[in-house]
Design a protein around this ligand. Sequence first.
Ligand code: SF4
Length: 231
Amino acid sequence: MNAKQKMRHILDIIAGMFPDAHCELNHDNPFELTIAVLLSAQCTDETVNKVTADLFRKYKRPEDYLSVPLEELEQDIRRIGLFRSKASNIQKLSRILLDKYDGEVPETHEGLTELPGVGRKTANVVMSNAFGVPAIAVDTHVERVSKRLAIAKPDDTVLEVEHKLMKLVPKDEWTITHHRLIFFGRYHCKAQNPQCPVCPLLELCKEGKARMKPAAKTKHNKKNTKIRIEG
Ligand code: SF4
């Protein structure tokens, strides 16, 4: 099986496992999605959704975020990690949107990445989810799964992982693949406790096979111990 065939197999398996994978950050428009992704850095989507449930009721447009003192915005998002720098970035970003883009979120990658707190990953998520432009955003789950499945090398940068995925995944599947890899990493190939024993990709996953070995050894040792005790 060459690299493309292997990728095809992985894509088909994860499509079967997570046919409804989607963006789990609640939002109603590109601006809310940009704020939600910015808030999600080093924070779970679940926590972000709890905070934005109130936040998006109070702040609807960029001018709303600028109408309060920074301290008030900090308090409104205080349950989120790095809330001080995120609050500051939200206000700076809102100012730029008003000054340069008539209060709208720019629809270009360059425009998005110029905004404070918006990196390549956030820009990819916004471009693909809000504007329908194919993109593969590499977050912690996508990176971990890609490396475990040897789609990327262990020491590849996030950008290298993204480029390898873009090369192997058909362009019209970039966005859905991003979601499916996140679901696969979040609910199955988890950071701490990947479900290798029941994984349909175990056959082609060296990492999974290596992880299964200690378990087999431990079982074997336990059996031997039992035999010795009984003996
Ligand atoms: S075998 Fe284990 S490590 Fe490999 S993809 Fe499956 S769950 Fe992840």
